[in-house]
Design a protein. Structure first.
Lengths: 276, 269
């Protein structure tokens, strides 16, 4: 991989709890190139917190430390809040699970996309409107003119997520973080959104961080997968080689999933080793 | 998966079930003339995408939403209009999100005692202890509140509460979709054990065909309020579905199944 879009070395995020400091992320390291990088783990594994730290959106109480957390030209740990404002949404986009909570309920979706464009570029309202409409078309929304004027409550989940993708891509970021972006969608809609993401990431040469709890989904969608457990990466694999995973946690997760074609009487239950 | 059909006696019989929401021009049928029956001792799945009406069927059976039906019989009794106290003893429901289904300010113990109090069960304490054992929760957890439990523990409490009245039918509404896969495996195993031990009948709503394949004997496929087809699960997984919608649903699920398929192949479905 030549010159990564993002470098993370020994990322640590801790909170001061009643019972002393608690480390939610314990030394995560990876480089992101122009690829689809999956981060998989169960709830509480620190995968979302890792994504938030990249955007410097961790809660106030969180203490973030790292040897390196940087874009090629910006040290994300040292950057001022003002610099971060120019990075968030402009150079790094974030798509979350439920578009209902990410969109402003009282502004039409088209205007919201146009606003995102206006904030991050030197342009005017009519140019922004044109860009937003074009972006709606790029995320394969039928009848973009009509949808431009619609409000978030008039959208289905799949449509809302297309709007979020349009809003994040309109300012042409280098990195896109999708945090459980398709988890709330039905299987058929999920496929459409994944295809769309895949297409856009390839065409625009983005680096995508795809955070998910769904191993099967990630193995078919991503290029590379980090498996996280209790705040650290237990294994990094090429997505296609997930079947050759060696770590007992990864193996346990794969085994615990019900399978459509090879039914078993009982599902193997994960035995957690405190040493992991 | 249970291979043998346990009986041929229908325990739930539904014919032409209709649930409408809204009035006048806004009226919409969430469940539109659905008919199927569930046999005693089997696990019957209801699959479909969100908004297809599968959860509404469970709510209609229990009377949580008003419905009309030509036939709505549970254990031979007509429950289309009124449901006796006996109905609520024999039919219990487990919801998707155990955090919402449990009272936030009641201890585990009180959650368990509540149905027993309503139904005036004499040996409530013995049963509550047995229920905790049955779902594999230590007795020490009984003084905890829901927020002091993990997601898997909460769902166990919800199942333990459902078991308090020694029901014959459990209506399971996406019981594991809010849980991590490792916890899902534990809960699905638990449900299978309980079914074997107590001879329970499950009517299970899920969107996950992997879960259907693992748990169910037969399943009905729903699309926009209508039942598309009903078929044995082994036929479903072996490609025997006849309806295009069912085939599409399977193909989409297999995209992340154990049989690798490329995304581009699937768009052509």
């Amino acid at each position: 991989m030549n010159s990564p879009l993002l470098s993370v070395r020994d990322l640590r995020i801790s909170f001061n709890g009643v019972a002393g400091p608690f480390e939610a992320v314990r030394g995560v390291s990876f480089d992101l190139g122009r690829e689809k990088l999956g981060i998989v783990g169960e709830s509480g594994s620190g995968k979302s917190m890792t994504g938030r730290a990249i955007m410097r959106l961790t809660p106030r109480a969180a203490m973030v430390k790292a040897q390196t957390l940087c874009l090629p030209d910006v040290d994300l740990l040292q950057a001022s809040e003002k610099t971060m404002e120019r990075i968030r949404g402009k150079r790094i986009g974030l798509i979350m699970q439920d578009p209902k909570y990410s969109l402003n309920p009282v502004v039409s979706v088209g205007e919201q996309i146009a606003e995102a464009y206006l904030i991050h570029t030197r342009s005017n309202a009519s140019e922004a409107k044109r860009k937003a409409a074009a972006m709606l078309e790029a995320v394969q929304i039928r009848d973009p003119e009509r949808v431009y004027r619609m409000y978030p409550h008039e959208m289905s989940g799949g449509m809302g997520q297309r709007i979020m993708i349009a809003m994040m891509l309109v300012s042409e970021p280098e990195i896109l973080i999708a945090d459980e972006a398709t988890s709330a969608l039905d299987v058929t809609v999920r496929l459409e959104i994944l295809n769309l993401l895949d297409d856009l990431v390839r065409k625009r040469g983005l680096g995508l961080i795809f955070i998910s709890h769904d191993l099967n989904l990630v193995r078919h969608f991503c290029d590379r997968v980090l498996i996280m457990y209790r705040g650290h990466v237990v294994e990094t694999l090429k997505a296609g080689e997930l079947d050759q995973a060696t770590h007992p946690y990864t193996r346990g997760l794969l085994d615990a999933m019900p399978r459509i074609h090879t039914p078993r009487r009982r599902l193997p239950v994960l035995k957690r080793d405190p040493a992991w | 998966m249970v291979d043998i059909m346990k009986s041929q006696t229908p325990i739930i019989e539904i014919d032409n079930l209709i649930v409408s929401f809204g009035e006048g021009d806004d009226a919409r049928r969430a469940v539109d003339g659905v008919s199927f029956s569930v046999l005693a001792g089997e696990t019957f799945g209801l699959v479909g995408e969100s908004g297809s009406g599968k959860s509404t069927i469970l709510r209609a059976i229990t009377g949580l939403v008003p419905s009309t039906a030509t036939t709505l019989r549970v254990m031979g009794e007509d429950v289309s209009r009124e449901r006796g106290k006996d109905f609520y003893r024999k039919v219990q429901m487990v919801f998707q999100d155990p955090y919402e289904a449990l009272h936030p300010r009641h201890t585990v113990w009180r959650q368990l005692m509540e149905p027993a109090r309503i139904q005036k069960v004499p040996d409530a304490e013995t049963r509550a202890k047995a229920s905790l054992d049955a779902v594999g929760l230590p007795q020490a957890l009984r003084w905890r509140y829901p927020h002091q439990l993990s997601g898997g523990q909460r769902q166990r409490v919800a199942i333990a509460r459902a078991l308090m009245l020694k029901p014959e039918i459990l209506l399971l509404d996406e019981p594991t979709s809010a849980l991590d896969v490792s916890v899902q495996a534990e809960i699905l195993n638990l449900l299978c054990d309980l079914q074997e031990e107590h001879g329970l009948t499950f009517l299970m709503v899920t969107h996950d065909l992997g879960v259907v394949a693992h748990m169910c004997n037969r399943t009905a496929v729903m699309q926009s309020g209508k039942l598309v087809e009903t078929l044995p699960v082994d036929v479903l997984v072996n490609g025997g579905a006849t309806e295009p919608y069912t085939r599409k649903l399977i193909a989409a699920s297999e995209a992340y199944g154990e049989a690798p398929a490329s995304l581009s192949q699937l768009t052509k479905v």
